[in-house]
Design a protein. Sequence first.
Lengths: 628, 488
Amino acid sequence: MPASIILLLPFFSALVILLGHRQLKGAAVLISVGSSIIAFLASLVFLATDDDNKLLLPFIDVAHFHAGIDVLIDKQSRGMMFIVSFIGMLVHIFSLGYMKDDEAKPRFFGALSLFMFSMTGIVLAGNLIMMFIFWELVGLSSYLLIGHWYQKASAAEACKKAFLTNRIGDFGFMIGILLLLGANAGNVNLLDLKTAFESGPLRPEAPGYSAGFTTVAALCIFLGAVGKSAQFPLHVWLPDAMEGPTPVSALIHAATMVAAGVYMLVRVSFLVAASPLAAEIIAGIGCITALMAALMATQQNDIKRVLAYSTLSQLGYMVMAVGAVAMAAKHGHGPEAPDPGHPAMFHLYTHAFFKAMLFLGSGAVIYACHHEQDIWKMGGLRKHMPVTFYTFAIGTAALMGFPWLTSGFYSKEAVLDAAFNSGWRVLFIGGAVTAALTAFYMTRLLIVAFMGKPRTDSAHHAQEAPMVMILPLTILAIFSIFSAWDGFANSLQALKPSHINAPGEGHTVLIASLIALIAGAGGAIFLYRGKDKDPVSIKLFANKFYFDEIYAVIVRVCQDRVAWIVTALERVFVDGIIARLPSAIVARLGAATRMLQGGHLQGYTFLLGGGVIAVIYLVVFVLPRMGN
Amino acid sequence: MSVLEIIIALPLLAALAIWLGAPAHATSLGATLLNLLIVLVTTVQYAGKAATGLAFTYSRPILDNPSLSFAVGADGVSLILALLTTLVMLAAIWQIQDRPAIFYVSSLLIGGGALGAFLTTDVFFIYAFHELALIPTFLMIALHGRAEPAQRKAVAWKATIYLGAGSLVLLAGLAWVVLEFSGGSKLTFDLEALRNQAKLTPLADAKQAQIFFVLLLGFGSLVSLFPFHSWAAPAYATAPTPVAMLHSGVLKKFGLYGLIRIALPLLPQGPHVEWVQNALLLMLLGNILVMGLVTIHAHRLDDTLANSSVMHMGYIFLGIAAGSDIALKGAVVLMFAHGISIALLFGLCGRMRNQLGTLEYNKLGGLATHAPAFTVLFAFGAFASIGLPGLTNFAGEVMIFVGSFTDFKAGVMSNLQWTVILALWGVVMSAVYMLRAYRNIFHGSPTTGLFMIDPAFSQRVPFIMLATTLLVTGCCPWLLLNLMKSAL
């Protein structure tokens, strides 16, 4: 019951707003916010429900292919559901303030409801077809919300880019689903697939087993996650997605939707575990993304972009953890008893709170500075916006992994543990360097935006944000600290790994991460304290390794140029030759057309009339004789 | 007397009445609305029964030898297409404004011809009704097309040559089929009799392949199968709006219907003989990949829509090539979905051209600001054709893809399955051209001088009807699948 409420309530909210968005006006906002609050309450009930997998709605049911809206309720989905509906509700409330003066408020809240519906569908999905359906729908809601201010060319381009980049990922995802579906007799139910891989026809000992097939299927599915979770090389859409309103960035492009790729990979972890090669590639891609994005973040000046690259980097962390856990299990370094926790899911959980908090905090700052986003035009905000500052500082501490006090520390240690045990030393080193860079760029952000003196008028006149905005910030700040505590984490079903920093590891992980934190934060304090402009300038990082430029060339050459050539060829050959041929014949027959001199009009009536007459002639005279 | 005869006759009678002087708008709208209701009731009735096999059959003998009769009958496939026809007819006729009576008459004739082709069960009449529907299509392009007279006549002429040639090939193929399968001493055109004979004495695979290939070329060129497609884009871009809606949405489905209704049951092995299958896969890849790229290159909305319509036929052919039960039902669902979505898009495109006078992307922009309802309706069509889940096209496409992987053995990919993977790239390409179009037309700041506001509510109704159909059958594709309970 709670599952259907959480799923369908936002759907009806979106539908009502779509149908009556001009008549409803303010009521649209209330419907959307109300539905998010009820969904949150239902998700609290949902936390305590038993595992119960059932078909909610039919979809396609033909021959041996059954795809429906059926839910898989377990610890993973209950925990994820809480994160989504909790942060969703806070973002709805925050938006009441942030979007107060927006003309298209009903459209915004309608799309927000659509997003909640789609995201809930991903969380509950019991089979891969349903996962794909909602996977695409979050893409749509993300498109609508990034393009909320579609009059701006940059927003219009950004939403298109986000959708298309995700489509490339979905291309792989669909192939992966088809491969699994073909191999498992049309059944892509998650539980059945798990059985098939662990003890059924797809297990390694089974006759006809193909390791190559398993790897290809796993990598195709992974490609879906690469798109949605913005991993290298499909990461380019996420920074541009910051063109959307800031609450959207917090909810969709930091806490929930972009984490869907990680969630999906954890859902199909049996598949990742079945292919060591795929696990290594996944861990590698995650590590590259984490490191590369952290480097880019060090040179960004837009407050939201710093956070966006930080999100990329943290998503890379989670993806790396997914691969590393599977690798560790293969190397026998995994925990002896089956550990109910998963470092990737645990980091997803803590990250959702503090990153949503940071984004909402940046939203409060942007709101206060009259839509100024350049951190070098801020400064001194600590005095003007104390609550925002302190909550932002807590979020920063959590993201840096400030030891023992913050939730981020525990989840980061869990990820580094997994990397340490994976058997690839480079993963661990990459993770530690990323941690140092994270500390560096977040400290830089905090110092430049909040410390020192205001550098512009808008920063000078900034005022604390209104209550509806501060309240979500405070709640999320509390979660940023406490969410990793055992009591909290267990009751919210956060999949916390049972032994973080286990003593057997000789404290290597702990020492490395403390050094990283001190080096990163210390370096940033040394470089940026009291500065009015950036003392460091590294073009390569500031320009994001020129990925956008390279891709623009690829699109121009591989798509537009090829399209131009193909079009020309099509004109010449198909149109020119195949089309000329019959008309040439007709022209040779000449008399037939010339006879009808009034142009072509009579020509074709004649031709077609001729066709019908020919049929009748055949039917009545020719065929009977041939038959006999 | 069968209810199907009424369904076929109503639009034709309405056309006659208008010709005799009845008020065009009221008569055609009334007749179409009534016809839609009758089709809906009939469909519900059919679903209420076992929903298998032919129903509502009735036969009026005309000739004894060869045995020819005006026979009607419908199963789920024909009813889904009849529903499509009446929905698109209603929308196409409803959106006509300030046009001479011939617009109404031609729409009624095209629709009536299509209904006749979908609901009769005699090969002769199936063919003849389709020809009947084609004639007004050409005439309307030539007489009222949206181009200079010389140019529109050339476009109409080109379409005539292609479709005329296609029809003749088709005729040869049908004659071949009739000769092969007319059991006993008497020739018959009755599809049921032919099917029974095909079941009793199936032809050798090699022969099936030959006949199937001829039918494929004939039916295929009516559906713009690559490389016999180049009539389609200029014809749709030039055709008056209701004609573009009806031909691309409905009449073009005739070729596919013929393949599913006539070619596949009579020649079940035809598409699976290797050379035919490979040829079909190559041609449909031409539709998807070549036409996908051509569509990306388009600079005008009507060009984009016309080419995309050619491209999407590739997916339906893919369903036919796969041939499994799931894939064929997916193909039918996609025929319905494509018909509704392309009619919606062509309808809106026609409105835009009337109001703005141009469809060039680089002259448009920011329409969403002043015409929000119009934008939402267009988004339904655009996202449906991209294959967004929740709208019907997705259900059809996914069934075709899944149906191509039913006999998959891990590690071994058949040609069909490789084709599916290439075809999936087409899904990315459709997103590219549709979102480019959407961004250029609706996003951005409004262009000065080009100004458009939402149509009045009564003028929105036909489009709302089509969008709602996409949403309802998209969320509940089982509504359509319930009409096809027995295997195709």
